[in-house]
Each structure stands twice: as structure tokens, then as C-alpha cells.
Design a protein around this ligand. Structure first.
Ligand SMILES: [Zn+2]
Length: 509
């Protein structure tokens, strides 16, 4: 029954028997005389995880740059302790901890620790955490502390991604001994927080403010639900127009919030910003004696982000990597990271972490879409293009610049689907029919003469070429030559189908 009901969201409520109109199935189901196994219509014999399917080798199991993955694998393999650990994971643990070498005992002693360990593709995992060999911990510690967050936050960021014995101690040591952190320690006494209505969903209510560090101006916008911060350096003259432009960009990325909380600064009370909130239908709440609401929220975040900007400036480290760490660090032990609250998924950082494959349904549908598009493209390529006459105005594909340029057809070559065309500077070039488009009228021609076309011109009535000009064009600089029969390379798609080159591309093998 549990299996049958798992597709529903239900709530179990107690109702006295006297209030029940009909006795329902549930009240009669438990039968004390029959305590044997209940026969189920459906039975689960095994669960196949996504990593166990045929695609296991094509799906990344770890988020880390390929070079660093290789280095992680080789350093894990070269670590004698981890080498033995890997064997233990694969072949089983001894009966007693005493049978383990001393340096491997910590992997046993913690409850459930052993059961969480697994190896895959040369990497050891502890649950979702990637086990880091000793030789790499210094590197990872530097990465973990790039945003100069405190001990607890750095630990929370680490616990989502990596593991090594003594990781917590090492993080504490690094944070305590950091001179940049010591210098910027928060001296502000804690304020009492004003209670205010909390948003109930991501990106419903956002707060925004400007701050300045040594003459440089920054715009900070924070989602009040997820605490996801957006930081942008602004031009020296921060106008209402400049702030509005950034805001519009955020709205198009994350959607329209219900309200924006700001102070009474001229950038927010200015005409451009006022027009923007009106057009987007956003309630603009400014701090005033009547609305002291959540002013503290953005002030706290300004202090926090300001400190990070200062620390990265002083340390000459990358602000954007630091901000990514802030967004990827769980808010507290019960709340995930701002990014996860806002996007519903963890974001990858420069630190290693276990990779989550996309949803199976989505992956299959994307593969299907790609196959359909390829089919459509190939079908249109196979269609013969209409011949061109000498004197016709056409555009010719420039492979280097990836643009179409005007030309006039001079003559048809003896080779099939090949023409000599003259460009406006008098050059005579030979091109395949598939790299010539036309005819088109002289008005268009005037336009192309004045400006370089970045986009291919609109297709003419004949619609002769549906191929995507952004796809790599086959080489047309060389003389035509027949395909080499000694090298019949059959290219196959990832679905195993042989790729048949369209007839008119045959000359350009
Ligand atoms: Zn620090």
C-alpha cells in the first residue's frame, strides 16, 4: 500500500469513529490474525542508480577542472594510505579495528564512517564529499578560504564538498592565522534586529544599496529569502540610470520581484529608477521613519560584502571567486547555500565536489531534440540548390570572418556546383554553390557595401539554403578533389548512426 500511495501528498488526520459516515479501508486493514507477509501487486527487486546505467562513463562524477581531476586521481593513487583504504573499501574491512594500520584507524572509528566510503573512477568519496589526499589539502585550504569567511562558514562550505581527517582543525588553523582576517575583524557591536515580515519564496523581496571603497563604487543587491548577493562595480558617477540598467539586467536573469527595499538615495528616488519600478510593477519600499523595515538587512550585507571586497583587494585575490564561495556556502547547519535556495541546485565552485547528473527525462529529451535538429539539417542539406547565372548578384561566405559578403557571379566552372565570383575589390574567387547565396536585390547590395554583415542576409524567395551559417562551413579554399577511397572514415553519431555527408559537401572532404 505504501508503494501505491507514494504518488500522492496526503495528510493523516484523526477522526473519531462516530464521525465516520462509512468505515474506510484503512480502519479495517490491520488484521491481527494475519500477521504474515502482505502480498503486494508491485515488488521492488532492485534500484538502479543513475550512475549504474550505461551512461556511467559519459556522466561526470565530479565537478573539478579536467587537469585537477587528473591530479586528484594520480595523487589519490600515489598516496600509500589511500591506496590501502581503497582496497579496504573494495574488498571489505577486517573484523577488528586492531587489524588496521594506525593511520587508517580514523576511517573506522567514527560511527558509520566506513559505510559512507566509496570509490569511483579512481576517486574516493565519503558520502557526497570528495576525499582529498594529504598532498592536496594545502591547495584546497587556500581555495576554501578565498572569500576570507569565518571558521564556521568555511567549514560549512568544505563539508558540502571535500573531506580529509583533521579537515576541521586545519580550517580553524588557517582562519585563525590569516592576517587579512585578523585585520578586518568585525568590531561592530551586534545590533538588535527589528522584526519584519519575512519573504516566503526566493526572489520575492530584494534589497539594494550602494557602497564605496577607496573611491570605487559598488552596487549590492540581495535577495532577502536566499541571501544571494549580487555585486557590481559602478562607474564613478553612479546615476539613477546606471543603477536602473543593472536592476533591469537582474530582473531579466532572475525574474520580477514583488518589492525592492532601498534607502532614499538619489539613485533610487531618481526618475529613471521610478519609471523602472512602475513599468515592472514592483513595489518600491524606501526606508523612512514610517518604514524602518529591514533596513538592517541590507546594512548587514553591505558590511559583510564590503569586508570581502576589501580583503580580496588587499590580498590581490579574485573577487568573483570569493563571491562564488559566499553564494555556495550553506547559510547555517539547517539551511543550504544562497545559490541552492535561489536556484534549487548547488553551484559548482573551484573546489571539487560530487557531480549531480541532470534529470534523466531532461537529458533524454535534449538528446532527442538534438537528433531531430540534425535530421532536419541533413534533409535540407541534401536538397539541390538552384543554379546561378553569370551576372547574378550573390553573397559569398567568408570562412575566416564567418560572414557573408557581396559578389557577382562570373562563370560556372566545369566542376559540379562550383562558380567563379568577383568580389567588390575585383578579386576573382572560386566557391562552391553552398557558399553562395542569392540572388538578392541591389538595395540590399548597397547596404552590404556600407556595413560588414555579421548576420547572414535574409533568405530570398527561393529559400535555397537552410543550412545554419553558424555551423562550421566546410573548407572551400582548396581545389575540389574526389573522396579518398583508401580512407573511408565512417563518422558515427553518439546514437550509433552513420553520418552521411550531404552530396554537395562531397567535394570538400
Ligand atoms: Zn582570511
Amino acid at each position: 500500500m505504501l508503494i501505491k500511495t507514494q504518488g500522492y501528498n496526503y495528510e493523516v488526520k484523526y477522526r473519531p469513529g462516530a464521525d465516520m459516515v462509512l468505515a474506510d479501508t484503512l480502519s479495517r486493514l490491520p488484521n491481527p490474525e494475519n500477521d504474515g507477509d502482505i502480498e503486494l501487486d508491485e515488488r521492488i527487486d532492485g534500484i538502479e542508480t543513475e550512475f549504474e546505467d550505461a551512461e556511467r562513463h559519459t556522466i561526470a562524477i565530479i565537478n573539478f577542472s579536467p587537469e585537477k581531476q587528473n591530479s586528484l586521481r594520480s595523487q589519490t593513487a600515489n598516496d600509500t594510505k589511500l591506496h590501502v583504504l581503497k582496497e579496504l573499501i573494495q574488498q571489505g574491512w577486517p573484523e577488528s579495528i586492531k587489524d588496521l594500520p594506525k593511520d587508517l584507524r580514523p576511517y573506522w572509528s567514527e560511527p558509520k564512517f566506513r559505510d559512507e566510503l566509496a570509490t569511483e573512477s579512481g576517486v574516493i568519496f565519503k558520502g557526497r564529499q570528495v576525499l582529498i589526499p594529504d598532498s592536496m589539502t594545502a591547495d584546497i585550504l587556500t581555495q576554501l578560504h578565498v572569500a576570507h569567511q569565518g571558521i564556521e562558514k568555511t567549514r560549512r562550505l568544505a563539508r558540502e564538498r571535500v573531506y580529509w581527517i583533521k579537515m576541521n582543525d586545519d580550517i580553524e588553523r588557517v582562519c585563525r592565522s590569516c592576517s587579512v582576517c585578523a585585520e578586518h575583524q568585525d568590531a561592530n557591536p551586534k545590533e538588535t534586529l527589528k522584526p519584519h515580515d519575512l519573504p516566503t519564496r526566493p526572489w520575492q523581496s530584494i534589497a539594494s544599496d550602494l557602497f564605496e571603497i577607496s573611491g570605487r563604487h559598488y552596487l549590492l543587491t540581495v535577495d532577502r529569502y536566499s541571501k544571494y548577493p549580487l555585486v557590481d562595480e559602478m562607474p564613478t558617477q553612479v546615476t539613477s540610470h546606471a543603477v536602473t540598467q543593472k536592476m533591469q539586467c537582474y530582473m531579466s536573469l532572475f525574474g520580477r520581484p514583488d518589492e525592492i527595499l532601498t534607502d532614499n538615495g538619489p539613485q533610487y528616488t531618481g526618475q529613471a529608477f521610478q519609471l523602472f519600478v512602475k513599468r515592472w510593477g514592483i513595489r518600491h519600499v524606501t526606508s523612512s521613519p514610517h518604514y524602518p523595515k529591514s533596513n538592517g538587512f541590507i546594512e548587514r550585507h553591505v558590511r559583510y560584502i564590503k569586508a570581502i571586497v576589501k580583503k580580496t583587494q588587499q590580498n590581490k585575490s579574485d573577487l568573483y571567486i570569493a563571491l562564488l564561495q559566499v553564494r555556495a556556502t550553506p547559510i547555517d547547519s539547517k539551511l543550504p547555500s544562497p545559490a541552492e535556495l535561489l536556484f534549487g541546485r548547488t553551484v559548482t565552485t573551484l573546489l571539487p565536489s560530487r557531480a549531480d547528473p541532470g534529470k534523466v527525462g531532461h537529458r533524454q529529451h535534449l538528446a532527442h531534440r538534438a537528433a531531430v535538429m540534425k535530421e532536419h539539417h541533413d534533409r535540407s542539406c541534401r536538397r539541390e540548390l538552384p543554379p546561378l547565372r553569370p551576372g547574378q548578384h550573390v553573397t559569398v561566405w567568408n570562412k575566416e570572418r564567418r560572414t557573408w559578403h557581396p559578389a557577382v557571379v562570373q562563370q560556372k566552372c566545369n566542376e559540379p556546383r562550383s562558380y567563379v565570383v568577383q568580389t567588390p575589390n575585383g578579386n576573382m574567387i572560386r566557391r562552391s554553390r553552398s557558399h553562395l547565396r542569392g540572388p538578392y536585390n541591389t538595395q540590399v547590395q548597397q547596404t552590404v557595401k556600407r556595413t560588414h554583415l555579421v548576420e547572414p542576409p535574409t533568405l530570398d524567395e527561393d529559400q535555397e539554403d537552410r543550412s545554419d551559417p553558424t555551423q562550421p562551413a566546410p573548407s572551400c579554399e582548396t581545389e575540389s578533389k574526389p573522396p579518398d577511397p583508401n580512407n573511408p572514415q565512417t563518422v558515427r553519431t553518439r546514437f550509433g548512426r552513420a553520418v552521411v555527408k550531404p552530396m554537395h559537401y562531397r567535394d570538400y572532404v
